[in-house]
Design a protein around this ligand. Structure first.
Ligand code: TI1
Ligand code: ZN
Length: 554
């Protein structure tokens, strides 16, 4: 295997597959049942089960929930449960995936109507209402455990017990953030199952906490407790003196920049000025991201970290709200950022694993995390890696860069500049690139020209991986025209607005483009996406065609 890990510049992505890193997936031809070692009940079953028809005369129709419960009944020997599944399980919620045609029924195991803590299940059905999979945890033989399900103490008493213990630990609490809640569960502790109240209490003063107490519902004893506090609001000032509020976690006397409210979390580190090439290597090979950014109180003084953290959350929310995408992998992947990469490093990057931000030299750039379009740009690379996976060279590379600029400009949607907030702090009204008018910004390699805004001006040299940050401007201009319209090289384009434009490009990126797509394929992918979304004869389709005509891409 020949792979360049780090060169004088950073490789944008390093395929981790060669290192044997990556999630293994379940194949239907693997064993069909995987058992939970502790309980001897299935952790998953890959299935193909159809509900028996009891009578051919009466046309019965069953809800997916009924089918899921019937399935669990059918498998009750495997789960080592007696009695009927509608006693042993309770349906919590059902989700239908319209595209895949699947239904997902979420359940919890219960005993005499009391849910068993942590015993959750999902049952997946296909369009034909056949059960295709079971996942989850089932505690066996519940009827043999001799659990008494009559509570002797009230939930108020349980709350009082928890409060007393909390206040013994952190001091008197004048006001809880919300009235503490209390819910009955069967809880397993040290191998023993008992009826408990789970009391949850949230505090800000004298210390932040999200306390969980399991209190025996017969004796009133505290069985177990922990503090799960990963949603504390903290404050700080960003790179431009902007006041920000963001989510952090409190642990053992310190706050740190972990936001547990988005996907598997948003986590921000300090790279301690490690040289970008080395940092990249450690990040990719060892999972090293730098040091935690911590604070003894709710105020954070590291401006670059404040903005990196806050802006990662903004971009997470943008993808979720605009495209219903759950983080860059659409599966909640943790978003990791490191600030203070290198000394005066004038760049930011996605390295295949995380975001890296330089502090800038103070003349060309100030800390790059200060601009939300930069974060949008970098995280779009992460989305691209998980979708079209455009090669970072020549035309596919320029499209890779362009899609990052386009969605970056959609996150920061009040202008069509890239990086205006952090570029040349002394100069007003400029940016690193312009999507609106690329030619108004000087070409990095030919000072007497602007960036190309027409295919006839394509840069064909070797620099910048074949001009990935140069030729991106041609496609950037097309996207701008789709949104805003205008006359360009005598071609008139009717704009259809930012909302349609972002949907068209996101769809093209995630549904049509591939690793080697060129500009012409980009045109077709955008047309196809516009047809899917708005119809063959829509204004959106003509706008896309006109825009690509205007930049000379057929
Ligand atoms: S993805 C990253 C390229 C990394 C190369 C590392 C040697 C990138 O494109 N970075 C953006 C940063 C950016 C984004 C700045 C928006 C301002 C606004 C970028 O454009 N970098 C320029 C400076 C470049 O690498 O040429
Ligand atoms: Zn980039």
């Amino acid at each position: 295997m020949k792979k360049k890990v780090v060169s004088s510049t950073l490789a944008l992505t390093l395929a981790l597959s060669g290192l044997g890193i990556g999630a293994s997936s379940i194949h239907a031809d693997d064993s069909e049942v995987k058992m939970n070692e502790k309980y001897g009940t299935p952790s998953y079953i890959i299935e193909n089960w159809e509900m028996p028809k009891f009578s051919s005369l009466t046309k019965q129709s069953h809800s997916v929930e009924d089918i899921a419960l019937s399935y669990l009944n059918y498998q009750k020997d495997k789960f080592k449960l007696k009695g009927n599944s509608n006693e042993n399980f309770k349906v919590i919620d059902t989700q239908k995936d319209e595209k895949a045609g699947t239904s997902h029924v979420r359940l919890t195991e219960q005993y005499k109507g009391v849910p068993i803590y942590g015993a959750h299940q999902t049952v997946t059905l296909n369009e034909e209402e056949e059960v295709k999979a079971f996942f989850g945890k089932v505690v066996p033989n519940m009827d043999e455990k001799g659990i008494d399900t009559t509570a002797e103490i009230s939930d108020d008493q349980a709350i009082e017990t928890a409060k007393a213990s909390i206040e013994k630990e952190i001091g008197e609490v004048e006001a809880y953030d919300a009235p503490p809640s209390s819910e009955l569960f069967i809880y397993e502790f040290d191998g023993k199952f008992q009826l408990t109240y789970l009391v949850k209490a949230s505090t800000s003063d004298p210390e932040p906490g999200y306390f969980h107490y399991f209190i025996n519902a017969q004796t009133g004893e505290i069985v177990d407790n922990y503090n799960a506090i990963d949603h504390v609001k903290a404050f700080g000032e960003g790179v431009l003196g902007n006041k920000e509020m963001f989510e952090v976690t409190f642990q053992e006397g310190d706050y740190y920049m972990f936001d547990g409210t988005r996907g598997d979390g948003v986590h921000t580190f300090d790279a301690l000025n490690m040289e970008p090439g080395w940092f990249n290597l450690f990040s990719q090979l060892l999972g090293y991201h730098g040091e935690e950014v911590t604070s003894g109180h709710k105020y954070f003084g590291d401006a670059a970290a404040v903005d990196a953290h806050k802006n990662a959350g903004i971009v997470y929310d943008y993808f979720k709200e605009t495209f219903n995408r759950d983080s860059y992998d659409d599966n909640g992947a943790r978003m990791i950022s490191s600030v203070h990469v290198g000394e005066n490093w004038n760049n930011a990057a996605w390295n295949g694993v995380q975001m890296m931000y330089g502090d800038g030299d103070g003349e060309t750039f100030i800390p790059l995390s200060g601009a939300v379009d930069v974060i949008g740009h970098e995280l779009t690379h992460a989305v691209t890696d998980r979708s079209a996976d455009l090669v970072y060279q020549d035309e596919p590379g320029a499209l890779n860069e362009s899609l990052s600029d386009i969605l970056g400009a959609m996150v920061d949607r009040d202008d069509w500049w890239m990086g205006e907030d952090i570029y040349t702090p002394g100069v007003e009204g400029d940016g690193l690139r312009s999507l609106k008018d690329p030619s108004q910004v000087p070409h990095p390699f030919y000072p007497d020209r602007g960036y190309p805004d027409h295919y006839s001006e394509l840069y064909t040299g070797e620099l910048d991986n074949g001009g990935v940050h140069i030729n991106s401007s041609i496609n950037n201009k097309a996207a701008y025209l789709v949104s805003e319209g205008g006359t360009h090289y005598d071609v008139e384009v009717e704009g259809v607005g930012r909302e349609a434009t972002e949907q068209i490009y996101y769809r093209a990126l995630t549904k049509y483009l591939t690793a080697t797509s060129d500009f012409s394929m980009m045109r077709q992918a955008a047309i196809q996406s516009a047809i899917d979304l708005y119809g063959e004869n829509s204004a959106e389709v003509s706008s896309v065609m006109q825009a690509y005509d205007a930049v000379g891409v057929e």
